[in-house]
Design a binder for this molecule. Structure first.
Ligand code: C5P
Length: 221
């Protein structure tokens, strides 16, 4: 039998780190839906397509083939057969994904892919609309959040570690803007599903968050 765990929440709440850990503990497949939106964004950037050009967006949805494979437990994203996983985590791609993900055709296309994966595999899937739209019948739904400042600080520390010079206040402003776009868009806005368990990771370590989610899973199964 297939069991699905949906983890939604704003950017930088730690969804992917946590979801990966939970998937490993349960031997489920981890599905990062943000990476799919980022792959579409990369396609648009490469082809100079503007998100407000709806005709070009529609044809992009037909000509861009996004698929995923798993290699040593890590999700790899293929864009028309090319492995683009290493090119998805830039600010440019993230900002484009945040805008282009509001397009209904993009959402329809990627939701299909996400639902197909969850139909045949037990998955831990993270995103913005997994518990509300993609997998409304998921056995476990988590809404993982943290304060904007905490999320900005985590991103800042990550960038500093990589030797990238950056400004904490600017990162926080960017995060707040991205939250607003995700929460206020018309289709599939980011929100907590009625039956999702709220986990605020502002003052929790990774192990504590993983344990909280595992406890919810055990209580439901
Ligand atoms: O999670 P990540 O930052 O990689 O997602 C990139 C963008 O894709 C988000 O800012 C959000 O706008 C969009 N997204 C979405 N629905 C999802 C996952 C991501 O709209 N299920």
């Amino acid at each position: 039998m297939v069991t699905n765990i949906a983890i939604d929440g704003p950017a930088g709440a730690g969804k992917s780190t946590i979801a990966k850990r939970v998937a490993k503990e349960l031997s489920f497949i981890y599905v990062d839906t943000g990476a799919m939106y980022r792959a579409m964004a990369l396609y648009l950037l490469r082809n100079h397509i503007r998100p407000e050009d709806s005709a070009s967006m529609e044809s992009a949805c037909q000509s861009a083939d996004v698929s995923i494979i798993h290699k040593n437990g890590e999700q790899q994203v293929l864009l028309n057969g090319e492995n683009v996983t290493g090119q998805l985590r830039t600010e440019e791609v993230g900002n484009m994904a945040s805008v282009s993900s509001a397009n209904p055709k993009v959402r329809e296309k990627l939701m299909q892919l996400q639902q197909d994966l969850a139909r045949t595999n037990s998955v831990v899937m993270d995103g913005r609309d997994i518990g509300t739209k993609v997998l409304p019948d998921a056995g476990v739904k988590i809404y993982l959040t943290a304060s904007a400042r905490t999320r900005a600080l985590r991103r800042y520390q990550e960038l500093v570690k990589q030797g990238v010079s950056c400004d904490l206040d600017e990162i926080e402003r960017d995060i707040i803007l991205r939250d607003e776009r995700d929460m206020k868009r018309e289709i599939s806005p980011l929100c907590q599903a009625d039956d999702a368990v709220l986990v605020d990771s502002s003052d929790l370590g990774i192990d504590e968050v993983v344990e909280k989610i595992m406890a919810v899973y055990r209580a439901r199964s």
